[in-house]
Write a protein that binds this ligand. Structure first.
Ligand code: AHR
Length: 501
């Protein structure tokens, strides 16, 4: 059996647990909006057409922010299409996803949904086909109380109070050649800076996110961030990171270690931002908004036949996640938490049906994918401060990342209720790990109050509408006190709670 040790000490504080780490994303893509959050006529739908079953699971997932309306979609979007009487709303071609957008749901409906879900909206503006003026118009429509053409239009459309959106993304993945209106870093940086400056004239306290790279393997990675930040440093708060991972060529061990790439991604972007800051003699520190991250079997999507028609809300990117995907996702969450000093916000892409923790049948059932569980547990139990833990762990070899530790972990500590939670992933595909925890710094009487594990003898086990709880966290009886010890099954996500005896 593999052995590992770690020490938990409240002195090793990284940063507060940030609620915005637990954000997600709703894009007008596939069935995320239509038959996802919105389906009039569904047995659980309210008078506005929002599915009650999806709302309930969104709350259970513990979502903090929701980014909207894209994604690639936003780079061709005219937000005015989605306001006012539904009968007057145009149907449009959505070039990003080769679909037809009916515009039945727009900004006012989405804001209503966020209030029902108890989440903070995070809006993206179109810097693909549009620019400064349209971003200003949307901001005026959303955030000005009354007395101007667009704020009064919002009121006339039924939203009396301003939507008060604090966080705004300046476009989406503008480094990607697939993006409508794709730009060079200099072109984008200038446009983002002009847009940010003008938006701040309306409200200097907005939080603005400049587009970073859409992946660490982009050919412009690093230089893109440097150029964009040279243009925008003084007027933005965050730079975005996007990353998707999948198991490739049957390399499960390598896949389970994908957070190694995310760790490196964050460190590289932070270093690049600080380098630009140093050159500008600035004391400001740019945060990271990891506003798209997930497991996505992108290679399958890319190899599918290109569509020839323009369907409404077709099933797109509907990945069905297995246990190993959930464990890999848990590892990514651990990495985001470990970097809470720099990653100030994150969005799991996406929320429902589209590479999502929540799946629906049109007109029918809803269920939790395997990936629902690590996210929901981390959102629920991470509180207080993030503590750095440095496990002494056996290593294993991967083709992509070289030697990596079998055990990946982070802890949080809440001084108020004296609870400490350890989140840990066992990446071994073969063996359990016996983990010894040195928690003396928390006091003599600390014990393991509960241990949950998400695992399955079949690493490719999935949940379905018929078997929604096939993969779900179960109590792990294999722990004891003095010394504190817990056995983590192979390929598992674990939540170990410590408290006073
Ligand atoms: O989340 C799916 C897509 O991935 C988004 O639309 C885009 O921003 C990214 O490439």
């Amino acid at each position: 059996m593999l052995q590992a040790q770690l020490t938990i000490d409240p002195a090793f504080r990284v940063a507060p647990v940030r609620r915005r780490t637990f954000g997600t994303f709703v894009e007008h893509l596939g069935r995320c909006v239509y038959t996802g959050i919105y389906e009039p006529g569904h047995p659980t739908a309210d008078e506005d057409g929002f599915r009650g079953d999806v709302l309930a699971l969104t709350r259970e997932l513990g979502v903090s922010t929701v980014r909207y309306p894209g994604g690639n979609f936003v780079s061709g979007y005219r937000w005015e299409d989605g306001i006012g009487p539904r009968a007057n709303r145009p149907r449009r071609l959505d070039l990003a996803w080769h679909s037809t957008e009916t515009n039945e749901v727009g900004v006012d409906e989405f804001m209503r949904w966020t209030r029902l879900a108890g989440v903070e909206p995070m809006m993206a503006v179109n810097l693909g086909t549009r620019g400064v003026q349209e971003a200003l118009d949307l901001l005026e429509y959303c955030n000005i109380r009354s007395g101007t053409a667009l704020s009064d239009l919002r009121i006339a459309n039924g939203s009396k109070d301003p939507h008060d959106v604090r966080m705004w993304c300046l476009g989406n993945e503008m480094d990607g050649p697939w993006q409508i209106g794709h730009k060079t870093a200099r072109e984008y940086g200038r446009l983002a800076a002009e847009t940010a400056r003008a938006m701040r004239m309306i409200d200097p306290n907005l939080e603005l996110v400049a587009c970073g790279s859409s992946g660490s393997s982009m050919p412009t990675f690093g230089s893109w961030e440097a150029t964009v930040l040279e243009e925008t440093y003084d007027v933005v708060d965050h730079i975005s990171c996007h990353a998707y991972y999948e198991e490739k060529d049957g390399d499960l061990g390598g896949f389970l270690a994908c957070s190694t790439d995310m760790e490196h991604f964050i460190a590289s972007v932070a270093a690049t931002a600080d380098h630009v800051g140093a050159r500008l003699r600035s004391r400001k520190r740019i945060g990271i908004s990891f506003d798209e991250w997930n497991i996505w079997y992108l290679s399958r999507f890319r190899s599918a036949e290109p569509p020839t028609d323009w369907p409404v809300a077709p099933p797109l990117l509907e990945d069905h996640y297995h246990l190993a995907d959930a464990v890999a996702l848990g590892g990514l969450l651990i990495t985001l938490l470990r970097n809470s000093d720099r990653v100030l916000a994150a969005s799991l892409a996406q929320l429902v049906n589209v590479i999502a923790p929540i799946m629906t049948e049109p007109g029918g059932r809803v269920w939790k994918q395997t990936t629902f569980h690590p996210f929901a547990q981390a959102s629920r139990y991470a509180s207080g401060d993030v503590l750095r833990v440095e496990p002494v762990s056996p290593m294993y070899d991967t083709a992509e990342f070289g030697e990596v530790p079998v055990l990946h972990a982070v802890a949080t500590h809440d001084e108020d209720d004296e609870t400490t939670t350890l989140f840990a992933v066992n990446r071994s595909t073969e063996e359990p790990v016996t983990l010894e925890i040195d928690a003396r710094a928390l006091g003599r009487d600390v014990v393991i109050t509960s241990a949950d594990t998400l695992t399955d003898p079949d690493v490719y086990a999935r949940n379905t509408a018929d078997a929604p709880d096939r993969v779900a966290p179960r109590a792990n009886p294999d722990h004891r006190a003095d010394p504190l010890r817990v056995v983590l099954p192979p390929v598992s996500w674990n939540v170990i709670r410590l408290g006073l005896r």
